[in-house]
Design a protein. Structure first.
Length: 194
C-alpha cells in the first residue's frame, strides 16, 4: 500500500510538468478531458489524489500511456510501442519518449494524387530530416527541391517551410526536431594520418 501511496503522490507534479511542457492551460486541459479546472489544479498540487476515471482522459490528452503517467515500474519488455499521431495528411510515429529536448519521429506522407500547393509555416525550433523511402519535396524559403533516399536536410524552422510527397509514391523519413533551436550534433572521427 505504501508503494501505491508514493506513486499516487508523485502523479500531481508529473501532471503539472506534462501540461507546462506542452504549454497548455488548465482551461484547455479541462476542455479536452471534461475535468473541471479546480479539480485539475488540486490534482496537480497534490491536494487531491487522482482516480482511474481521471487518469485515463489525462493520459490521452497528454499523449502518454497510463504507465508513463503514473511512472509504473518497467516490465523488462524492450519493445517500443509506437502510437501514431495523425497531423493533416501525415502520420507521425514518435521514436522518443523523454520530455523536452530533441524529439525523433518517423514520418509517413501518402502518395499525392495531384500536385499539392505548399502551405509554408514558421515556428520555434530546428529540424533535421533523413529520407528512408520515396521522394520528399521540400520548400524552404525560396528553395524548392527534392530529397531522395539517403539524403538529409537541416534547417532553422523560423524559415518558412513545407514538405510533402514529391510524386504519386508515399514517402517515409526520419525527423529530429528541437523546439529550442537545438541542432543535431554529428560526431566524426578525426582523419588518420597516413
Amino acid at each position: 500500500m505504501e508503494n501505491i501511496d508514493r506513486t499516487l503522490d508523485a502523479v500531481g507534479p508529473r501532471l503539472r510538468a506534462l501540461r507546462k511542457q506542452r504549454q497548455t492551460t488548465l482551461a484547455d486541459l479541462s476542455e479536452a478531458t471534461g475535468i473541471s479546472v479546480s479539480t485539475l489544479s488540486r490534482l496537480e498540487s497534490g491536494a487531491r489524489r487522482p482516480t482511474l476515471e481521471q487518469l485515463l482522459p489525462l493520459a490521452r490528452a497528454h499523449g502518454v500511456t497510463l504507465d508513463e503517467l503514473v511512472d509504473a515500474p518497467l516490465t523488462g519488455d524492450p519493445r517500443v510501442h509506437l502510437r501514431p499521431i495523425k497531423h493533416g495528411h501525415m502520420t507521425m510515429l514518435p521514436l522518443t519518449r523523454r520530455a523536452g529536448g530533441i524529439q525523433a519521429y518517423k514520418m509517413i506522407i501518402p502518395a499525392q494524387t495531384k500536385r499539392q500547393e505548399p502551405d509554408l509555416k514558421v515556428h520555434e525550433g530546428y529540424e533535421w530530416m533523413y529520407v528512408l523511402n520515396g521522394r520528399l519535396r521540400v520548400v524552404l524559403g525560396e528553395h524548392d527541391f527534392i530529397l531522395v533516399p539517403g539524403e538529409a536536410a537541416e534547417f532553422d524552422t523560423h524559415i518558412p517551410h513545407w514538405f510533402g510527397a514529391a510524386d504519386n509514391e508515399p514517402v517515409e523519413f526520419l525527423s529530429l526536431f528541437g523546439k529550442q533551436g537545438e541542432r543535431a550534433h554529428m560526431r566524426a572521427q578525426p582523419k588518420r594520418k597516413s
